[in-house]
Design a protein around this ligand. Sequence first.
Ligand SMILES: CC(C)(COP(=O)(O)OP(=O)(O)OC[C@H]1O[C@@H](n2cnc3c(N)ncnc32)[C@H](O)[C@@H]1OP(=O)(O)O)[C@@H](O)C(=O)NCCC(=O)NCCS
Length: 416
Amino acid sequence: MEALKGIKVLDFTHVQSGPTCTQLLAWFGADVIKVERPGSGDPTRSQLMDVPNADSLYFTMLNHNKRSLTLNTKNETGKQVLERLIKKCDVLVENFAPGAMERMGFGWEQIQQINPSMIMASVKGFGPGPYEDCKVYENVAQCAGGAASTTGFIDGPPTVTGAQIGDSGTGLHLALGIVTALFQRQSTGKGQRVLAAMQDSVINLCRVKLRDQQRLAAGPLEEYSQHGEGIKFGETTPRAGNDSGGGQPGRILKCKGWENDPNAYTYFITQAAAWPNICSAIGKASWVDDPEYATPKARLTKLNEVFGAIEDWTMTKTKFEVMQICNPLDIPVGPILSMKEIAEEKTLRETGTIVEVEHPERGTYLTVGCPVKLSASPAQVVRSPLLGEHNEEILKSLLGYEDSELEDILNSGAIS
Ligand SMILES: CC(C)(COP(=O)(O)OP(=O)(O)OC[C@H]1O[C@@H](n2cnc3c(N)ncnc32)[C@H](O)[C@@H]1OP(=O)(O)O)[C@@H](O)C(=O)NCCC(=O)NCCS
């Protein structure tokens, strides 16, 4: 049994942030109806195309398990169809530019009138305030949410991260808001508005950096490498390179083969409890009791020396050997995995995190399956829909249109 079976989602999302949210709901069993502009559909269908005349990976990897309905919501007949959809569905999800739903004639007021139990969920770039009307993309959110100012090295510029925390991160936040609102609706019978602003989601994910901002008032952030290097702290949380965020010093270190392989590196944390094991593994047994190195505090000013010695050792091992040796010793390490290694990793295929999907236009492609595993609601990845693939099915069986009415809708230009 799928957890969200019976929940109908009117999916007005496009690009990445909204589609990641509705894809999750679809994996948990909701019937997600993706409403797209006739002719072109979600702009990502034709962005970064790698196979001629086939939906791009950008689109297919974000829109699994959905049905596609083309509908011109600015056409009069299209508006009538949309009204019927709103009456039938439980949740409307959208990530249009601010004001677009209102301009379409379907703002929150109207939605509530048409279906008071509907949940209307939106991704916007910013919450209410001076920037609320701005259009926002991934890297803008990373910058406005504090991620870029705290990422990178102290002597380099602000840096964005490869993880799409602004788009996919906000989609995740929105999905949680939606299921929470669905839960509340069980007792109130009423819908509500759910908003996830991209800036807010990134700030939430940068929570520990705001923690450090406040800690600065009490003195230098001693676990940051710059402290040991004698570099003064300024007024704001600095970029911490590859330091670990949890107060236990950590760095990325070279492993065997680093000269030719850009990813022959390991993450290595000198967790206090693991110190004796680290010392014996790297051949520095004398450091265990030496007061110059024995305590975390004593080591803070010598992190370059300590990590230098550890790196001398990791450079004699592959990143996987480091993992094999350190794991049984409770030393926290992690290989730097390339996307190629992730794509080829057998266990990720077995758990359904990396999945092969068959698509009629593009053949077989790889995608990321549902990252959250529910024991009683396993997610099956179904290929993304072709543009308008389910038009007739949705209009007839969900919305109850007769054949003659269907013809009128077709003739009106509302769906094609
Ligand atoms: C992503 C974003 C910047 C793209 O902006 P955009 O390309 O200008 O697209 P919009 O969302 O403004 O939509 C464009 C228009 O298409 C219209 N449209 C979309 N689907 C339609 C349909 N099925 N039928 C008719 N019109 C449709 C919209 O109503 C809007 O019209 P309007 O400008 O007259 O109101 C913007 O949507 C945005 O800021 N979204 C919120 C934040 C976000 O999710 N950003 C990350 C995206 S990954």
